[in-house]
Design a binder for this molecule. Structure first.
Ligand SMILES: [Zn+2]
Length: 94
């Protein structure tokens, strides 16, 4: 089983083997997200669609789900602060 370093849970886990039908995002998701986290998102997606009463036939509905997905999986546009945290050293005297 191939492994990925997952950005969602921060651990190394089983890679996604299913086809996701996510277009351009598919490669990124498979490179960055483990299978268990994807399964969690699939469950969450149902809740998002119900909660926001998303019409997936609608462009704006699909965009909303995509945004929620990126936030949930910690992908993409969100500011990546992990490197800042790692490099942060309090300056002596400050
Ligand atoms: Zn994960």
């Amino acid at each position: 089983m191939p492994q990925v370093q997952c950005v969602t849970c921060g651990q190394s886990g089983d890679a996604i083997t299913d086809t996701l039908f996510m277009g351009r995002l598919e490669t990124e998701i498979k490179a960055k997200v483990c299978q268990p986290c994807w399964k969690k998102w699939e469950a969450m997606r149902v809740m998002v669609i119900n909660e926001y009463q998303v019409n997936l036939g609608d462009e704006s509905g699909r965009e909303l789900v995509k945004k929620q997905m990126k936030a949930f999986l910690k992908l993409g546009e969100q500011a990546d602060t992990s490197k800042l945290d790692q490099n942060y050293r309090p300056q002596p005297g400050n």
